[in-house]
Design a binder for this molecule. Structure first.
Ligand code: ZN
Length: 161
């Protein structure tokens, strides 16, 4: 199936310093998606991005719960919540996009996680997993496939542009 260009957008999800090597919640080899994004960006007229953008008192941070550690799961207002290290705090270097990315052509940036009581994970594209447990990323991709999500390599994406 070929998709009309007006229906196509490149969605960049949380390509922020805290999720890259050296960041507070670094994804191992997370910087490997940067060249992929750089290559794809030039092929899309419509580029959107998400930005994890937490207040410092966000309730997903383990540091905001006495005697809790990153990776612990708590009940947060009736929902299970994985606790994370403090990351992507509004106005910090960690919340900023990688300086290796050209952001001037991005059409919109959707900030998320701004409500201190609600965590949010959203959007998919070139991605790497946090992998609190070694196989988390692979399991997530399998779950997405079973739910009907079509996954593709970046070279396949270019055939739709
Ligand atoms: Zn977050």
């Amino acid at each position: 199936m070929r998709i009309n260009n007006s229906q196509v957008a490149l969605l960049l999800v949380d390509v922020q310093n805290d999720f890259l090597p050296g960041g507070a919640l670094a994804v191992k080899e997370g910087d490997r998606i940067l060249p992929v994004i750089q290559k794809l960006q030039g092929q899309f007229s419509r580029i959107l991005a998400t930005q994890d953008f937490h207040p410092k008192d966000h309730e997903s941070f383990a540091a905001n719960h006495p005697s809790k550690n990153p990776g612990d799961v708590i009940d947060l207002h009736g929902l299970p919540q994985v606790l994370w290290p403090v990351h992507c705090v509004q106005g910090t270097w960690g919340a900023a996009f990688s300086e290796q990315l050209q952001t001037s052509s991005w059409e919109a940036i959707f900030q998320k996680g701004k409500n201190k009581s609600i965590d949010s994970y959203s959007g998919f594209d070139a991605t790497r997993a946090v992998n609190l447990r070694p196989q988390d990323g692979e399991k997530a991709l399998e779950e997405l496939k079973h739910a009907g999500v079509k996954l593709m390599e970046s070279t396949q994406v270019l055939t739709y542009v």
